[in-house]
Design a protein around this ligand. Sequence first.
Ligand SMILES: [Zn+2]
Length: 184
Amino acid sequence: MLQKIHRIGEELLRKESEPVKEINDSIKNLVKDMFETMHEANGVGLAAPQIGQNIRLFVIDVDNNPLVFINPRIKKMTGKETAEEGCLSVPGLRECVQRATRVTAEAFDIDGHSFEIKAEGLAARAIQHELDHLDGVLFVDRISKSRKNQIRYKLEQLEAGKDLPEELDEVEEETQEEEVSQTA
Ligand SMILES: [Zn+2]
């Protein structure tokens, strides 16, 4: 079932989420809903707090490889790269964020088995972005102060629950770097 995606300005996106205690049917249904909601919104990642559940769980789907992360942890981060990033909870805004190039993460899957994954590029970026959600951090917290000042008005609009106007130069923007402009 499609779920409502909560937006910046809502308190639950700023909370530290609690570990998942048991992978029961309600968690399995939630994961199903998360994939459905994420795919419908053309996102590459979605964290449980974004649909109103403050628990440590997120899903990603990069290059048709859907993955569930329950109680995830990043074990290792290497390299640095800056790329444009968006968020389904911050609609219409894309900004450059510096992240580690490669991460090694561990988590439990939907069957309760622990797994370890080495990711790079967009998948590594998505994992870092989604894990931030579980700690109440949004990607706009990671942009420079000066840039944040420049887009203050847009952030205030979004936090007040308003939509941003369509950018006139959107077509031009989209042709530049399609891959990194996907939202999580
Ligand atoms: Zn996000």
